[in-house]
Design a protein around this ligand. Structure first.
Ligand SMILES: *Cc1c(COP(=O)(O)O)cnc(C)c1O
Ligand SMILES: [Zn+2]
Length: 412
């Protein structure tokens, strides 16, 4: 049994029974899962959560699954690490990193996929599918393999080699599309009506998928001793993750798990080569105008973001900020994170660190704030971004003389 009351339209409030539906039939607004928070409040406690598994499913009462037969590779409950060295480098005070690079397939997408496929299976789907910028395909293929579901994942053809290999290895069908993510997404929306038996995790079951990102807020609050940060910095692709982190903090208060009403500033990070939401924020516009992506941060290369307008709204109403960082800054961000905290992030992580640096320099993130930056993907999947600038220090013969000559040079 779950505490889900209905699906509800974000725009007009129309309610629908729980099903594989993601847009409102009246106004085409996106649907959201609505819960009975009073019932959850009566059922949930910090202790009951502590007794749960060390995965996202410890927060099952705030997720949309009916049963406990989860599609679960162990996503979530990743480390929240205090980052004093990075904080010092950026002139910040109390800084933490939510290290989602250590999820089963190396990105936060394992959270949303575990929820989406659990629900898809409950709704009777046998086939898992997605439109992906890479990490989602990787995660869907892995979770589908575990759940003995067939999988069809669709990716742009120009994806990083490691993301293709780490996806194809699971044995599903990987279809590369000669186009960008927005082309892939449009095609998948069309395929959804041709193949009603396929659960496209981010199309027809997107309503459930996006709920998985709330666990990024739940865990941070629990790991801070059931308290909230003052400011979070979140990378933005479709904008779903950012909006759900905000929703997650508020839900904790609604169900009585945190004592004070959360007042978390939510800031968003985008690469300059694909920054429709940051551009709207920086220009003071209420419209997110689609762009054609051209960035090394391929996991964020969504030119027409489904939740862009909602992400913009969250950033504005929480007094957050946004930045659009260059490819150069992204690489520098990856390097800075690795060299200060020993965490190798993918390009999206570089975008987050570079944005944090910009906001720190501008004084938008301040020394006396408790800050959490979300590091959402593993650097091993985008090694080619670093390859041109990251080399062995030297190559020498197996000779002590050569070594001594080298070390002398080094020291002089
Ligand atoms: C997909 C992805 C994002 C963006 O998440 P959205 O919900 O699409 O905004 C950020 N980081 C990584 C590593 C991703 O794979
Ligand atoms: Zn509606």
């Amino acid at each position: 049994m779950s505490f889900v009351k209905a699906l509800r339209c974000r725009e007009c409030g129309q309610s629908y029974p729980v099903q594989a539906l993601h847009v409102c039939e009246f106004c085409f607004g996106p649907l959201e899962v609505a819960y009975d928070y009073d019932a959850i409040k009566a059922n949930i406690s910090r202790e009951s959560i502590a007794k749960g598994p060390a995965t996202i499913w410890r927060y099952k009462d705030l997720l949309p699954a009916e049963g406990t037969d989860y599609v679960d590779l162990g996503a979530g409950f990743t480390p929240l690490v205090r980052a004093d060295r990075l904080a010092a480098a950026l002139g910040l005070g109390e800084l933490y990193l939510k290290n989602d690079t250590v999820n089963p397939t190396g990105s936060f997408k394992d959270r949303v996929v575990s929820v989406a496929l659990t629900k898809a299976r409950e709704l009777g789907f046998k086939v898992a599918a997605c439109a992906s910028t890479g990490n989602l395909a990787n995660s869907v293929a892995a979770h589908a393999a575990w759940a003995s579901m067939d999988s069809f994942v669709f990716v742009p053809a120009n994806l990083e080699a490691a993301k293709v290999i780490t996806t194809a290895v699971y044995g599903g069908t990987v279809i590369a599309i000669d186009g960008n993510y927005d082309d892939v997404n449009r095609l998948c929306a069309e395929i959804t009506s041709e193949e009603p038996g396929w659960a496209f995790v981010n199309v027809n079951v997107r309503t459930y998928y996006s709920e998985g990102s709330k666990t990024l807020a739940f865990e941070v609050a629990e790991q801070l001793g059931w308290d909230t940060p003052d400011h979070v910095v979140v990378p933005v692709g479709s904008g779903s993750q950012l909006t759900k982190i905000h929703k997650g903090f508020n839900e904790l208060y609604k169900v009585g798990l945190i004592d004070r009403e959360p007042n978390v500033r939510v800031s968003g990070a985008q690469p300059l080569g694909c920054s429709p939401v940051a551009s709207a924020f920086l220009s003071g516009s209420d419209y997110v105008l689609p762009v054609k992506p051209d960035t090394i941060a391929k996991s964020l290369a969504i030119g027409n973001p489904a939740d862009g307008i909602y992400a913009l709204d969250v950033v504005r109403k929480t007094n957050g900020a946004m930045a659009a960082v260059t490819d150069e800054e992204i690489l520098e961000g990856i390097r800075l994170l690795a060299r200060t905290e020993g965490i190798f992030a993918e390009t999206a992580g570089g975008v987050t660190v570079a944005t944090l640096k910009r906001l720190a320099e501008a004084g938008t993130v301040s020394r006396d704030e408790r800050v959490v930056a979300y590091i959402t993907g593993n650097g091993l999947k985008t090694v080619e971004a670093m390859a041109p600038t990251t080399h062995v220090t030297t190559t020498i013969k197996p000779s002590l003389d050569e070594f001594l000559r080298f070390i002398e040079q080094q020291r002089s």
